[in-house]
Design a protein around this ligand. Sequence first.
Ligand SMILES: Nc1ncnc2c1ncn2[C@@H]1O[C@H](COP(=O)(O)OP(=O)(O)OP(=O)(O)O)[C@@H](O)[C@H]1O
Length: 250
Amino acid sequence: MEQFTVKNLTKQFNKTSGIDKINFSFNLTDIVGFVGANGAGKTTTIKAIFNELKTSAGEVTVNGEPFKIYNKDNKIGFLPDSTNLPQDIKVKEYLELVGILAKINSKELKERIMLLLDMFDLTDSKNKLIRELSAGMQKRAAIAGVMIFKPKFIFMDEPTANLDVEARIEILNIIKSLNQKGIGFFITTHIIDELEKIINKLIIIEAGTIVYETDFNHKKDNIMEIYQKYVGGWKERKNLGTKLDSFFAE
Ligand SMILES: Nc1ncnc2c1ncn2[C@@H]1O[C@H](COP(=O)(O)OP(=O)(O)OP(=O)(O)O)[C@@H](O)[C@H]1O
């Protein structure tokens, strides 16, 4: 089983923000839920892993070897936010562009694009500009893009943000189906309930520190309960009932 490990990863923006000596690990076949409130450090962690931010300390390894982005052998991808997709090119052209960057030969690329367009219901929209697609379709185009190089693991930062209920369900179903074929995921979110059915590992980050990291079994575990137990801010509101009593008292 291949292991992805983050050790002592640190990125300080100033004394009180950033991430501080973060440690966690998971298997590349896992669906990991990386949960935390706004500003907890989720995006910073992903950016630090992918070298988009210069870290002050820490190491990221795959099976003990330093993690290299777009390494031919480790094939670990990152799903860009839809707002980062080029807006003024056609869906088909976007997939061609990604394939060319991934150095896939043109015959093979043509084949993969055709299959991916079909897989993600984009065949009829292949000549539309990315900007003309709905948010859900843009997300599917982004997933098709990252699938071009047949990844074995995909990092996703808030993949369901800005999507309506239907598109959300669709994306979660796609994640589930891809996982059944062995593709693992690291998914950041602050919408905890929607992850419950699909993750098998839960990591909670609060104020730049990991406060919880354990395997997750949706048949017996409840994210909301775990979150309330381990995330500090909730404790302050434990007396809410008593406070409400005095607020409404005549
Ligand atoms: N470039 C930056 N300069 C200074 N502070 C930053 C920078 N980027 C993030 N921060 C701070 O670091 C902390 C973690 O931010 P981060 O964006 O990682 O949180 P997040 O968990 O992804 O939140 P959200 O759910 O809102 O996206 C926050 O306090 C944020 O204000």
